[in-house]
Ligand binder design. Structure first.
Ligand code: FAD
Length: 405
């Protein structure tokens, strides 16, 4: 097979489908190529199967990037309201779960089907199960900087005037994720920041590993802080360490070797409260009081871990002990040994250096006609629909320019 189109998109994921649909609907001939046997696998897995497709509160400061300004232009030109408008036109039912996070009422496939219908409306050809063997660029005679991109694939040769790389990041390789986009960027002389797993559970192998195993499945609301960044959300103990939204969020800021400060009772100054209660209910057991704040199991395991006597009463605590307990509960120091890595990470930090791209069009400055969109770029969102919004917004930015050239 041999075919030429105006636009070739590599990657039939969130950003690739969105960009292809919008370019197609502007009258361009578009082909999407993906090695997976199904489009949008991460969309289907996302948000626990319900796809947290955007957030009411999209702001540039919810994104990590070496250049925090890069995402601003794209996010402001295709906003959460634009995507909500699209979802509403398709009659997809959705709701706000919490903190502005918008999820499908039914299934993530509602979003994928919507994108595929949008691609059909743009007469986009989608070639799945297509392995890419090589990508090259040939200058057009008298074409200036412009030329033709040629893909040699397991299904033949595809060529195009513009090439959009939407291959995402390397997290969850079983869903078809690869670092292919980085390899292509380097092939065209672009700088790439090495990817690092983010929005990922922590592993704990020190003296707290037994506690994590025992409490596995238990969760509580905490404030976790690392590197001047903090998040107030749920923490979940797992067999191998700690997870839950608070831990996933902070993992994007954590560097190996750093210690997390976890406030197990973020609404309470523990030392002050104990001093107050000592007069009010002196006979109450410490473990009973803590069990009322957390859960009984949590309280008992945690106090044993911290070597507090099982039957100490509030009256028996002296000032130094109340201060120590306060620090242990309000500033629990936990040193993860690592993270679960790409096997379970939702995203990867790093990627194509934003200095190499136009923030307005996502086009590579060194290679006209070559675009990068979505997670492959060094822009990574917080948990809560921010990563999909980046996929939609960056796709829109590129599609607008594709139609102009
Ligand atoms: P992807 O959607 O990953 O698409 C990349 C495509 O490129 C894939 O189809 C892949 O098969 C293809 N590809 C890769 N390598 C090659 C190659 N060599 N040749 C051909 N094709 C290739 N974000 C949110 O905002 N909300 C959520 O609820 C959410 N939940 C998530 C849950 C999970 C389990 C995971 C893993 C991620 C979640 N994310 C969520 C993050 C979100 O899925 C990604 O940020 C988003 O999918 C990135 O879009 P993308 O188009 O850049 O990449």
């Amino acid at each position: 097979m041999q075919s030429h189109s105006q636009v070739l998109v590599i990657g039939a994921g969130a950003a690739g489908l969105m960009c292809a649909a919008m370019a197609g609907q502007q009258g361009l001939s578009v082909r999407v190529v993906d090695h997976a046997n199904k489009a949008g696998k991460k969309i289907l897995m996302s948000g626990g199967g319900r796809c947290n497709f955007t957030n009411y509160y999209i702001e540039p400061n919810r994104y990590l990037s070496r250049n925090p300004h890069f995402c601003k232009s794209a996010l402001s030109r295709y906003t959460q309201w634009d995507f909500i408008g699209l979802v509403d036109r398709y009659g997809v039912a959705w709701h706000e779960k919490k903190d502005g996070q918008l999820f499908c009422d039914n299934k993530a496939s509602d979003i994928l089907n919507m994108l595929l219908d949008e691609c059909t409306a743009g007469s986009v050809d989608i070639s799945l199960e297509t392995a890419i063997e090589s990508v090259s660029f040939i200058h057009k005679e008298n074409g200036g900087d412009r030329g033709v991109f040629i893909l040699e694939t397991s299904k033949g040769r595809f060529s195009a005037d513009s090439l959009v790389i939407a291959t995402g990041g390397p997290s969850i390789p079983t869903l078809g994720a690869t670092g292919f986009g980085y390899q292509l960027a380097r092939q065209f002389g672009l700088n790439v920041f090495d990817p690092v797993a983010a929005l990922v559970p922590f592993t704990i192998t020190d003296h707290l590993s037994g506690l994590c195993k025992t409490l596995s499945g238990n969760s509580c609301r905490v404030r976790v802080t690392c590197d001047k960044q903090s998040f107030l959300d749920d923490m979940l103990f797992t067999h191998r360490g700690m997870s839950g939204p608070a831990m996933l969020q902070i993992s994007s800021y954590w560097q190996p070797g750093q210690t997390l400060t976890i406030d197990l009772l973020p609404e309470l100054d523990v030392a002050e409260e104990l001093r107050r209660l000592q007069h009010q209910s002196p006979k109450q057991l410490l473990r009973t009081w803590l069990g009322q704040q957390l859960t009984q199991k949590f309280a008992e395991c945690w106090l044993t871990q911290m070597e507090w006597p099982a039957d100490i009463t509030l009256a028996a605590l002296n000032g130094e002990q109340m201060d120590r307990l306060g620090a242990q509960l309000n500033q629990w120091q936990v040193k993860p040994s690592g993270t679960e890595g790409y096997r379970t990470a939702e995203v990867a930090l790093g990627g194509v250096d934003t200095d190499e791209l136009s923030s307005r069009t996502m086009e590579a400055k060194k290679q006209p006609g070559l675009y990068f969109i979505g997670e492959v770029i060094d822009v990574t969102g917080h948990l809560g629909g921010f990563n999909f919004q980046w996929a939609w917004s960056s796709a829109y930015a590129a599609s607008g320019h594709l139609a102009e050239v």
